[in-house]
Write a protein that binds this ligand. Structure first.
Ligand code: COA
Length: 285
C-alpha cells in the first residue's frame, strides 16, 4: 500500500537495497525508506534520517539533492511527526561536498536556488539536528556540521574545507560559525590549507561531540536521537531557539555576504580551470 510523505507517494516495499549497510538497529523498526535523486529519506519513529546516497560520486551533492534536502527540512519543520533530523552518509564517505560539475554549469544565482534554500534551512531549522560522519566530509559536508546540535564521528572520519584550493570562499556562514565553534586558529588552519583533518582533530577543537569506531557511529547517533524523541518537543525547540537566538540574523546575513563572494569567485577563469582539472582527474583534497 503506498504511503504519503512530504507530498511523495511511497511504496513501503521499495526499501532501497543500498541502505542495507546500516546496522541492524536502524532497520529493525523500519518504517519506510525512500531514495530519490541520491538522497535516502528514512523515517524511524519521530526521527527523520537524511542519508547522502550517491556512492559512485562519493556522495557529491547536486542541485537536485539540495532541493530534496531543503524540501524535506521545510516540511519537517511543521510536521509534528518529526522530532529531530539525522544526517548520515556511507561507511567511507559522508559527502565529497558540492558537485564540481554543477559548479561549472551553475545557472545565474537566484534567491530560491536549491543550495541557498538548503543552507537557509540549516540556519533556521527549529528542531534538533544530529549528524553521524564516517569517512570523508568535504566542503558543505563539514560546514553543515556547524549548524548541527550534536555530531558523532567515526574514527575514520576526515573533515576538509578546500574552498580556497578551488579558488572559492567558504559558505554556510562557516566564516562566522567556525571561529566561534572551533576557534580562529583551527578554523584558519582548516580553511587556508584545505587539507583533510582527522576525527581526533575534530574532537579536540570541538567540531564533533564524540569519536567512536566507525561501525558504531550510526548506532550511537540513532540512540541519541531516540532519547530526544522521548522529551518534550516544545521544550526542545524553545531551548534550541534560545541557544541560537543571538546568532540567527547574523548567520543569515553572513550567508548572504559569503554567497555574493562565492558566486563572483565561481565565475573566474582560474576557478573554472580548477573545476575542469578536477573533472579531468586531478584531486582537490
Ligand atoms: N563533485 C563531482 N564529482 C565528484 C566529487 C565532487 N565533489 N567528488 C568525487 N567525485 C567523483 C569523481 O569525479 C569520480 O568520478 P568518476 O568515477 O566518474 O571519474 C568519483 O566521484 C570518485 O572520485 P575519485 O576522485 O576517483 O575518488 P578518490 O577516493 O580518489 O578521491 C575525493 C575522493 C573526495 C578526495 C576527491 O574526489 C575530491 O577531491 N573530490 C572533490 C572534493 C571537493 O573539492 N568538493 C567541493 C568542496 S566545495
Amino acid at each position: 500500500m503506498p504511503l504519503c510523505y512530504n507530498n511523495l507517494v511511497l511504496d513501503s516495499h521499495l526499501k532501497d537495497l543500498r541502505a542495507e549497510h546500516l546496522s541492524g538497529s536502524w532497520t529493525d523498526n523500519f518504517f519506510f525508506n525512500l531514495t530519490m535523486d541520491y538522497i535516502s529519506i528514512q523515517k524511524q519513529g519521530l526521527i527523520t534520517i537524511l542519508q547522502f546516497n550517491r556512492p559512485e560520486k562519493k556522495n557529491a551533492i547536486t542541485s537536485g539533492m539540495y532541493a530534496i534536502l531543503a524540501d524535506t527540512m521545510q516540511e519537517a519543520t511543521e510536521d509534528r511527526g518529526v522530532s529531530c533530523l539525522l544526517f548520515t552518509g556511507w561507511a567511507d564517505f559522508f559527502t565529497s561536498g558540492n558537485d564540481i560539475a554543477d559548479f561549472l554549469n551553475r545557472p545565474e544565482s537566484r534567491e530560491n536556488m536549491p543550495v541557498k534554500r538548503f543552507l537557509q534551512q540549516l540556519a533556521i531549522f527549529p528542531k534538533p539536528m544530529l549528524a553521524s560522519v564516517t569517512g570523508l566530509a568535504v566542503g558543505v559536508g563539514t560546514t553543515l556540521l556547524f549548524h548541527c546540535d550534536w555530531v558523532v564521528a567515526g574514527d575514520n572520519a576526515t573533515f576538509a574545507m578546500p574552498f580556497i584550493n578551488l579558488g572559492l570562499c567558504p559558505e554556510a556562514a562557516s566564516t562566522l560559525l567556525a571561529p566561534q565553534i572551533i576557534g580562529h586558529h583551527f578554523a584558519a588552519e582548516a580553511m587556508f590549507w584545505g587539507e583533510p583533518m582527522s576525527a581526533s582533530w575534530a574532537h579536540h577543537c570541538g567540531l564533533v561531540n564524540r569519536v567512536v569506531p566507525s561501525a558504531e557511529a550510526d548506532e550511537l547517533a540513532l540512540k541519541m536521537a531516540k532519547k530526544l524523541t522521548e522529551k518534550s518537543p516544545e521544550a526542545l525547540m524553545e531551548t534550541k531557539r534560545l541557544l541560537k537566538a543571538s546568532q540567527r540574523e547574523l548567520v543569515l546575513a553572513r550567508m548572504l555576504e559569503e554567497g555574493e563572494v562565492f558566486e563572483r569567485l565561481l565565475k573566474t577563469d582560474s576557478s573554472r580551470a580548477i573545476f575542469a582539472n578536477f573533472l579531468n582527474k586531478k584531486t582537490v583534497v
